[in-house]
Design a protein around this ligand. Structure first.
Ligand code: BGC
Length: 254
């Protein structure tokens, strides 16, 4: 069975149908540049356009780079502040005429890794990181997601950790791989002091070059690269939009 995943990012809004058995995209993904200014309404219109260009009809799951509670964005670290309080789920449902499930983008990538990638059949405490513009985190305990962990924003050297250790910091400051690995290492040590995970999965575009930094990490926890690479966000969002996600999600609060 196919499901449809959308991944809203700072530079592009991407979507594709996904085979729920394998996690693979079953058609070429459609990508449209994130509108400028990225008002919530413009994001919704563009996301609707991605789905219609894909010719998809049916439920949709959508990953978004913010804390999401009941379809509503609660934070805006790397996106327009107007997103805060905006009910993306309701607006997308209206625009598409289909049921939509919104989820944090790193949580979506984490779901994909747990189901099809590096976290497959791994129990215990698994932490997935997405290193990109920011640092996204997805925490799984016994295979179940603890939604909306925002461990990219812990304090490191008196500032926001993601400004220090995200892949964007490496590019902005033109760091060597060695320098960057040192920063990531400091970040991982700070996180593992708080959580003591059993496995850390490193994702985001940078995971394609994991051999350049993973071997020099000194963190206690086993660190492995994500296996789904760039498509994790879309695949996990697609899963989130289906009933099959229930096995990975906590029961809703009463
Ligand atoms: C946001 C997270 C998001 C991450 C990756 C962070 O700045 O606070 O919600 O998951 O970036 O996009």
């Amino acid at each position: 069975m196919d499901a449809f995943g959308l991944d809203v990012g700072g530079s592009g809004i991407k979507g594709a149908p996904v085979d729920l058995e394998t996690g693979e995209l079953t058609a070429e993904r459609v990508r449209i540049k994130t509108p400028r200014p990225a008002t919530p309404e413009a994001i919704v219109d563009t996301a609707v356009e991605v789905v219609s260009r894909s010719g998809w009809e049916g439920p949709v799951g959508c990953g978004f780079p913010a804390v999401i509670k009941n379809g509503v964005a609660q934070t805006a670290a790397n996106i327009e502040q107007e997103a805060i309080g905006f009910d993306f789920q309701r607006h997308l449902e209206k625009g598409l005429g289909e049921p939509v499930r919104m989820i944090n983008d790193a949580d979506a990538a984490g779901l994909a890794e747990m189901r099809w990638g590096a976290g497959r059949e791994v129990g215990g405490v698994v932490l997935m990181l997405t290193l990109g513009t920011g640092i996204g985190t997805a925490l799984f305990v016994g295979g179940k997601l603890v939604p909306n962990t925002e461990l990219g924003h812990i304090e490191l050297h008196g500032g926001d950790a993601e400004l220090y250790a995200a892949d964007a910091a490496r590019k902005r400051e033109d760091l060597s791989w060695n320098e960057y690995a040192g920063r990531l290492d400091e970040y991982l040590r700070a996180v593992e002091d708080l959580l003591w995970p059993d496995l850390i999965v490193v994702g985001g575009g940078i995971s394609k070059k994991s051999e350049k930094f993973i071997p020099s990490l000194t963190a206690r926890t086993k660190v492995v690269p994500a296996e789904m690479l760039n498509e994790a966000g879309i695949a996990g969002a697609a899963l989130a939009g289906t009933d099959e996600a229930a096995g990975y999600l906590p029961s809703p609060p009463r």
